[in-house]
Write a protein that binds this ligand. Structure first.
Ligand code: FES
Length: 140
């Protein structure tokens, strides 16, 4: 069996060479989410200056797609304002990775949720209200 079956070269690249992996002790916002069905856990950290996300890192204990989507979302979010970043959807992450097998789309949802959780942690630390989650578009 080909272990890469169904995965794009972009997914394999971000799985084998994840960007922005590691701890961020001085993070301004931390989001930690898990999927109770598969048991994967994702932690995403952001460094923010004047509402612009200057850096993002992740630590993911999960499947290859969870690692690839974590890696991609940290790349997508860098340089974005908080208002822009909160609009990043799991679909954008999937598109940037040139697709995911249907059974792995939930891994990208975990990445979106981790980012939103980190943003809301940042807002909460600043005494600002959290951003409500927009209704999720259909995934498949
Ligand atoms: S299998 Fe659950 S996050 Fe990938």
């Amino acid at each position: 069996m080909n272990p890469q079956a169904g995965y794009s070269p972009e997914v394999m690249d971000h799985f084998y060479h994840p960007r922005n992996v590691g701890a961020m002790p001085e993070a301004d916002g931390v989001g930690k989410v898990g999927n109770p069905v598969c048991g994967d856990v994702m932690q995403l950290m952001i460094k923010v200056n004047d509402d612009v996300i200057e850096d993002a890192k992740f630590q993911t204990f999960g499947c290859g797609a969870a690692i690839a989507t974590s890696s991609m979302i940290t790349e997508l979010v860098k340089g974005k304002t908080i208002d822009e970043a909160v609009k990043i959807s799991n679909r954008q992450v999937v598109d940037a990775l040139k697709g995911l097998p249907p059974a792995k789309v939930h891994c990208s949802v975990l990445a979106e949720d981790a980012l939103r959780s980190a943003i809301n942690d940042y807002l909460q630390r600043a005494g600002r209200p959290p951003i409500e989650k927009p209704p999720r578009e259909k995934k498949e």
